[in-house]
Ligand binder design. Structure first.
Ligand code: GDP
Length: 301
């Protein structure tokens, strides 16, 4: 329906052996399923495609693949799929013997790289909730070493793999997914610059410490119910000296500041600066949409 959708939606592929945890990750991160409910999920056995959110901030698609893709199956057009892919997440079950997974990772990455050298390869070392801290580090080191050795042996050391330790039982899966998505947002450097300017204002005024967060993962199941709207604000007094101040920036981005209580008396000035920041963010995203649209029109001519 949206003629521009293919250009503004980077595709993320979710791959890995059967039972590695792909469906669970998708359900927990995008459907707010509780981790325990995933015990009863049916394993992925067909390609599932899902569009995540309609915000201008993060538009992307997830493709959940069945365990074993047969690259030699002539009916499976993996070239077409890899060509349009922004990131390939490969899930490895760290509680299982991972030698087969590593072989599969190697095959998948080298095939994908041949078709598209721009793909970000992201390896989720998953289910680490079952490992001790020492074991986690050792597993990551071992997987990292073996995967890169395999690439080096194939003369493909220029392929970069990123590794994440993940579990659906804590925030690590959200953090990892957030990093994967952030790499695909072309406006991110601009966004960070704007945030730095805004933070400089607050810090120079000795008003606050602050950080920001991105919240792309509340799914719009029926097109309604986004996490924030224009009016979303929260002011929470944390202790005698600090106030937490949250404000909506875009539908899927909120800014959280920790402000000294006495500075909060000058809230008008904070709000004015915030207003400038918010306007700039909206302009960045509108410009991006226009560029995409005009490129599309030119292509059609
Ligand atoms: P898929 O075949 O790759 O889609 O795998 P599933 O999502 O069906 O997951 C297989 C099993 O792994 C399920 O029983 C999940 O509950 C379990 N699982 C998924 N993620 C985790 C995790 O982070 N930790 C643990 N301990 N188990 C998980």
């Amino acid at each position: 329906s949206d003629p521009f959708s293919t250009e503004v939606k980077p595709r993320i592929l979710l791959m890995g052996l059967r039972r590695s945890g792909k469906s669970s990750i998708q359900k927990v991160v995008f459907h707010k399923m509780s981790p325990n409910e995933t015990l009863f999920l049916e394993s992925t056995n067909k390609i599932c495609r899902e569009d995540v959110s309609n915000s201008s901030f993060v538009n992307f698609q997830i493709w959940d693949f069945p365990g074993q893709i047969d690259f030699f199956d002539p009916t499976f057009d993996y070239e077409m799929i890899f060509r349009g892919t922004g990131a390939l997440i490969f899930v490895i079950d760290s509680q299982d013997d991972y030698m087969e997974a590593l072989a599969r990772l190697h095959l998948t990455v080298t095939r994908a790289y041949k078709v598209n050298t721009d793909i970000n390869f992201e390896v989720f070392i998953h289910k680490v909730d079952g490992l001790s801290d020492d074991h986690k580090i050792e597993t990551q080191r071992d997987i990292h070493q073996r995967a890169n050795d395999d690439l080096a042996d194939a003369g493909l050391e220029k392929i970069h793999l990123s590794f994440y330790l993940t579990s659906i039982y804590d925030h690590s899966i959200f953090e990892a997914f957030s990093k994967v998505v952030q790499k695909l947002i072309p406006q991110l450097p601009t966004l960070e610059n704007l945030l730095n300017i805004f933070i400089s204002f607050l810090v120079l005024s000795q008003w606050s410490h602050m950080f920001w967060f991105l919240s792309p993962f509340s799914l719009k199941e029926d097109g309604a119910g986004t996490p924030y709207d224009k009016e979303s604000t929260a002011i929470i007094k944390l202790n005698n000296t600090t106030v937490l101040y949250l404000k909506e920036v875009t539908k899927f981005l909120a800014l959280v500041c920790f402000v000294r209580e006495e500075s909060f008396e000058r809230k008008g000035l904070i709000d004015y600066n915030f207003h400038c920041f918010r306007k700039a963010i909206h302009e960045v995203f509108e410009v991006r949409m226009k560029v995409v649209k005009s490129r599309k029109v030119q292509n059609r001519l």
